[in-house]
Write a protein that binds this ligand. Structure first.
Ligand SMILES: C[S@@+](CC[C@H](N)C(=O)[O-])C[C@H]1O[C@@H](n2cnc3c(N)ncnc32)[C@H](O)[C@@H]1O
Length: 272
């Protein structure tokens, strides 16, 4: 199928001179030098997923498929999907007016500042991440598109994705179940959720925003994914766990991340 937008429009590319030109990198990226130079520069980010695409998306074949990359950040998933033969790639990331949902600590860590950013305080970081996306987009010669919107409205505005990849974004949402419902609505066939998780036969969610971790809310249990995905019209096909290199200050150097792959077997409530 072809991914279509309803009432949202694709973002326009931004010209970025190089990694030092106002960029913030979420993903570690090998950024090609501009022609006529050859080779690339490795730019550090928070997550080094290089060479791990198949693991990350649970071994799903994206060739010839339309792929929606929810929470694209620096865009590594989008660019890898393209490199692996996806027919169409669309990234979704937060629009200017989407305020990050933070655990409402008065103070966090030793930085002695309010945890919840005031209106607009998140924009410089978000702009920097977008700039890293556009730099990589140009240097990699990408044809991927990106739309700035809101995961909580994804199902209303985006349709026709063969594959929807929901990578490490649910943990940052206060209502991950609504966010996942919206992603399910946009998915015609395959839903891939890449996230921290835990094993239990109880369909539960665990709060993980303790100890000043203001940007994380919940992890869903393995049974929660099985049950909730079924309710959304999807059957869980595989679950894999892998370790990935993370250089984020609050993280351990190797983080265990789970990849849930589910296929559509029935309708999703509210899907046109
Ligand atoms: C932790 S990064 C995940 C990057 C990538 N998906 C991956 O798996 O490596 C989460 C991304 O989700 C975006 N995001 C957060 N809240 C959002 C929202 N409400 N709607 C759309 N994107 C959002 C953030 O801006 C950020 O780029």
């Amino acid at each position: 199928m072809v991914i279509r937008l309803r009432d949202w429009t694709y973002a326009q590319p931004v010209k970025v001179a190089g990694p030092e030109d106002g960029c913030q990198f979420y993903h570690w990226m090998d950024v090609p030098h501009p022609p006529p130079a050859t080779g690339y520069v490795t730019v550090p980010g928070a997550w080094d997923l290089r060479g791990r695409f198949e693991d990350y998306i649970g071994g799903v074949d994206v060739a010839g498929k339309s792929v929606l990359d929810v929470g694209t950040a620096t865009g590594w998933i989008s660019f890898e999907a393209e490199r692996h033969g996806a027919a169409q790639v669309v990234g979704l990331d937060a629009a200017d007016d989407v305020v990050p949902q933070h655990v409402p600590y008065l103070r966090h860590g030793d930085r002695d500042r309010p945890a919840t950013p005031a209106a607009g305080e998140y924009m410089p970081f978000r702009t920097g991440i977008r700039r890293s996306y556009w730099l990589c987009h140009e240097r990699l010669g990408s044809s991927a598109a990106v739309v700035h919107g809101d995961i909580y409205k994804a199902g209303e505005h985006i349709s026709g994705a063969d594959i929807v990849i929901v990578g490490q974004i649910l943990v940052h949402q206060r209502d991950p179940l609504e966010a996942l419902l919206q992603c399910a609505r946009a998915a015609d066939d395959t839903l891939i959720i890449v996230e921290g998780s835990f094993e239990t036969d109880q369909p539960v969610m665990k709060f993980c925003g303790l100890n000043g971790i203001y940007y994380s809310w919940f992890l869903l249990s393995s049974a929660m994914y099985v049950e909730y995905l079924r309710l959304l019209g999807f059957e869980l096909k595989s679950v894999t766990k892998n370790l990935y290199r993370c250089t984020h200050a609050d993280a351990t150097p190797e983080m265990e991340i789970w990849s849930y792959v589910a296929r559509r077997v029935g309708p999703t409530l509210g899907r046109p």
